[in-house]
Design a protein around this ligand. Structure first.
Ligand code: ATP
Length: 258
């Protein structure tokens, strides 16, 4: 099931032109990263795909989004049913609800009980810490655990494609490594991922392809390993131009436990 975004233009309030002709593809089972600085339009892209733009005053002015060669439409609940789940930025979990209740909320739109039970098992395997804290309120979890819960909640919909908006935001390097490992594992289990990140090091490690967004346009695209070696990307997003980053090395899980 391929996601295809073609010449997408999005504006807010009829004034702010947040996306100005974005085209990209997320192949079945792939991981594609979108990098870019603040305000480049990364979150807007995910909102346009998940149908959550309108409630924020945004609108698709031009272009198309298809999934499995069918137009995606704009109804968020239907888009989840089509197999696309969105984890928005800022780890928006229900702080007053327990871990269990948060996960159940994620499964509300999924009427397939067997699929929900399978999703639950998958989440327990991916995030043992959540299984240990199932009765704890979301607000009491650490930042990393809250991010895991936000991802787990999206997985309750048994998505074919996961949209992840800056999962590393505000987390310590070690936890970012764990999140990267989890994204790799989720993908290995068959779920495609569109990963939005400011942390280019993590994103280029886990993704196979990447695009750089610059004020609503794609300024660079390519294989993640190639972008990791690109001087502009290294200067702007990896924080150094001289030292060769480790992002081009094999993407194995063991890298993350170092
Ligand atoms: P960040 O990393 O800071 O979240 P981003 O790359 O995700 O940045 P967006 O949040 O998509 O960027 O914003 C793209 C542009 O759209 C920015 O100019 C931003 O100010 C504007 N924008 C985003 N959301 C809204 C909104 N709800 N109403 C009006 N303008 C918005």
């Amino acid at each position: 099931m391929t996601l295809t975004v073609d010449d997408l233009h999005v504006s807010y309030g009829g004034a702010v032109r947040a996306l100005r002709g974005i085209s990209l593809t997320v192949p079945d089972g792939g991981i594609v990263a979108v990098l870019g600085s603040n305000g480049a339009g990364k979150s807007t892209l995910l909102r346009a795909i998940s149908g959550t733009l309108r409630r924020l005053g945004g609108r698709v002015d031009q272009g198309s989004i298809t999934f499995d060669d069918q137009p995606l439409g704009r109804d968020p609940a239907n888009i989840v049913r089509r197999g696309i789940a969105h984890v928005p930025e800022g780890r928006r979990i229900f702080g007053r609800l327990t871990v269990d209740e948060n996960l159940r909320a994620g499964g509300l739109g999924n009427r397939d009980r067997a699929a929900k039970a399978t999703a639950r098992e998958r989440i327990n395997d991916l995030f043992p810490v959540l299984a240990e804290r199932r009765t704890q309120r979301g607000a009491l979890l650490s930042g990393g655990e809250q991010q895991m819960l936000a991802i787990g909640r999206a997985l309750m919909a048994a998505p074919k494609l996961l949209l992840l908006d800056e999962p590393s935001l505000g987390l310590a390097p070690k936890i970012i490594g764990q999140i990267g490992e989890i994204v790799t594992e989720i993908n290995r289990q068959g779920t495609a991922v569109l990963l939005i990140e400011q942390n280019a090091t993590m994103a280029l490690r886990v993704a196979s392809e990447a695009h750089v967004l610059d004020v609503g346009k794609v300024s660079l695209s390519g294989a993640a390993d190639d972008l990791a070696g690109n001087d502009d990307v290294r200067r702007l997003y990896l924080g150094h131009a001289s030292e060769r980053p480790t992002v081009g090395e094999p993407k194995t899980l063991s890298r993350w436990s170092e």
